[in-house]
Design a protein around this ligand. Structure first.
Ligand SMILES: Nc1ncnc2c1ncn2[C@@H]1O[C@H](COP(=O)(O)OP(=O)(O)OP(=O)(O)O)[C@@H](O)[C@H]1O
Ligand SMILES: [Mg+2]
Length: 375
């Protein structure tokens, strides 16, 4: 068992609050990703779980035991960082076996465990090589080997693929997930790359300004973003966010935008007039000749079978994912049909989601307590 629980954890550096009121539980064997923009508190959260940083408030539990005041060395947690930090004077075998030598594990057992780990990572043929000439991907495999050889209770990974090129990163994403499926160790993985997070996570905690905005499976955070920040951060291109000012009656499922009506998720209670944001993903908009939300083609980005069309509307620029077969030219007037059942509604002042698609509004399942709007 290695369950990690944070209870109202906070971290202050002087007056600055880097992590605020964070409470969540990471299940045994889960691949849990902390995702968010630079400076949102991912590394600080990870370091507090590992015992490298002391929380200013709150408690951290490992398998039910309060480890808040325990040193990193007493927590039995393995690390992998972006910078490989391999020991240059040792070969691959010695690098991987190093944590076991520190624990005075007998030589024969070290040899056997390093062999096992190398096989798991597919680097058996590199074992006697010096680390100096290794490629980025192989160096990171050796770092991973050095972390997992200890059979720690949990693994902390801080942007471990950040230094690799795009192709190697994609390959290592797949390898890491397969490795996780085989060893099933609780893993906390930090990244600011939503594609990595979506590809690997069992659950993602999306952070912003020290707050956890939402925790959910990749599909949950994509389909039902709890806040404007999550909506804008997950997905590429991002969700279109159209600011409107309106009152809504309970059950009302479309909003009048002057010369057209757009579908919105029905809300359970009447809303007085206020600033709202209608969210719609680029794949949930149809381009039509007549009617719809009127706009003018600004440009198009060809991506093979699809193109991303940018359209200038009275509500700002809107991106549409369309088939590459569709012929359109810059400045052409077109209409946009937002697909019913696929729009999202947010309160612009608080940033909180009021409803998604056909789901009636209900409080989003998330861990954040404070809510901040970031349109
Ligand atoms: N030791 C420290 N002293 C003062 N401020 C700190 C310290 N460590 C982190 N911070 C601040 O806390 C905030 C969160 O930092 P953190 O390293 O957790 O961000 P991050 O989400 O990991 O960002 P990145 O993606 O850039 O690594 C940042 O504004 C950072 O400047
Ligand atoms: Mg960081």
């Amino acid at each position: 068992m290695s369950e990690i629980r944070l209870d109202r954890v906070e971290k202050r550096f002087g007056d600055f609050v880097a992590v605020r009121d964070s409470s969540f539980t990471i299940a045994h064997g889960e691949f849990f990703v902390l995702l968010g923009p630079s400076g949102c508190g991912k590394t600080t959260t990870l370091r507090m779980i590992a015992g490298l940083e002391l929380p200013s408030a709150g408690h951290i539990y490992l398998d039910g035991e309060d480890v808040t005041d325990k040193q990193a060395s007493e927590r039995d947690i393995g690390f992998v960082f972006q910078l490989f930090a391999l020991y240059p004077h040792m070969n691959v075998r010695q690098n991987i076996g190093f944590p076991l030598r520190c624990q005075s594990v007998p030589r024969a057992e070290i040899r056997q465990r390093v062999d096992e780990v190398a096989k798991l990572l597919g680097i058996e043929e590199l074992l006697e090589r010096r680390v100096a000439g290794l490629s980025g991907g192989d160096s990171q495999r050796v770092s991973l080997g050095r972390a997992i050889v200890r059979r720690a209770k949990a693994f902390m990974m801080d942007e471990p693929l950040g230094a690799l090129d795009a192709e190697m990163r994609e390959r290592m994403c797949g390898e890491l997930r397969r490795l996780h499926d085989r060893i099933s160790a609780t893993t906390v993985y930090v990244t600011h790359d939503q594609i990595e997070a979506m590809a690997m996570a069992d659950r993602i905690a999306v952070m912003n300004h020290g707050l956890v905005d939402q925790i959910g499976s990749p599909q949950e955070v994509y389909d039902q973003p709890a806040t404007l920040h999550v909506a804008g951060f997950i997905g590429s291109p991002a969700m279109n966010l159209i600011p409107v000012k309106a009152a809504l009656r309970a059950g009302q499922s479309s909003l009048d935008l002057g010369d057209c009506a757009v579908p919105v998720p029905a809300v359970a209670e009447d809303l007085s007039e206020r600033a709202l944001v209608v969210g719609v993903r680029p794949e949930h908009i149809e381009i039509v000749a007549e009617k719809g939300l009127r706009g003018q083609v600004f440009g198009s980005e060809y991506l093979g079978t699809v193109q991303i069309v940018t359209v200038t509307t009275p509500f700002g620029q809107v991106k549409v994912r369309a088939s590459s077969d569709l012929r359109i030219s810059p400045d052409e007037p077109i209409g946009l049909n937002l697909l019913a059942g696929h729009t999202h509604l947010f309160d612009a002042a608080t940033g909180v989601a009021l409803g998604h698609g056909r789901v009636l509004s209900k409080p989003p399942a998330s861990a954040g307590v404070l809510r901040v709007a970031h349109v």
